[in-house]
Design a protein around this ligand. Sequence first.
Ligand code: GRF
Length: 201
Amino acid sequence: MRKKLKVTILISGNGSNMLALINDMMEKDHPAEPILVISDRPDAKGLKLAKSKNIKTAIVNYKKCSGQQEFEETLKKSISLSGAEIICLAGFMRILSPNFVNAFKNQILNIHPSILPLFKGLNSHARALSSGMAVHGATVHLVSEELDNGKILGQGIVKIFEGDTETILAKRVLKLEHKLYPRVLRNFSEKISEKIVLFDS
Ligand code: GRF
């Protein structure tokens, strides 16, 4: 059997994307395996979920660090010790410095809830609604020095319906994220460069 690539997942909250990635990696034929889940918040719900799947967890508590530098140094150590070859940001709500990103160049993936390059940063659902878009979605991309700007690896597209609220739209997008991120991680692990495109059905 060929060696699986080691994946560390970084979370800050619910961890539903993390769970989708872990569940997919549990498949025998998957080219990668989850070895560690790290949260920057001790109260992240995703930590319990990861434990329930028997995945090792760690907390690098941002609030207990003296600042971004100490936080990133601790994070770096934890990731390096885990032996991770791929790092998946899954609802990880901290911006990483160029220094950190370059330490793991082309190894960090992120999922952002918009069709990038539209609506980078926060509140993407509200901004998609207020701009009158007919479609919205999510993007998995490589993390680069600039926020939400790395190479696009896959995108999921949903329709926006009359009367949609931010909550309704976020739910529709999240459901598709759970299909998109695992598909992209598989391709990325297999070094398949074709971009994944999914449409909400
Ligand atoms: C997702 O919408 C993701 O795109 C964004 O934050 C949300 C995280 O949700 N980065 P979860 O923690 O994976 O449930």
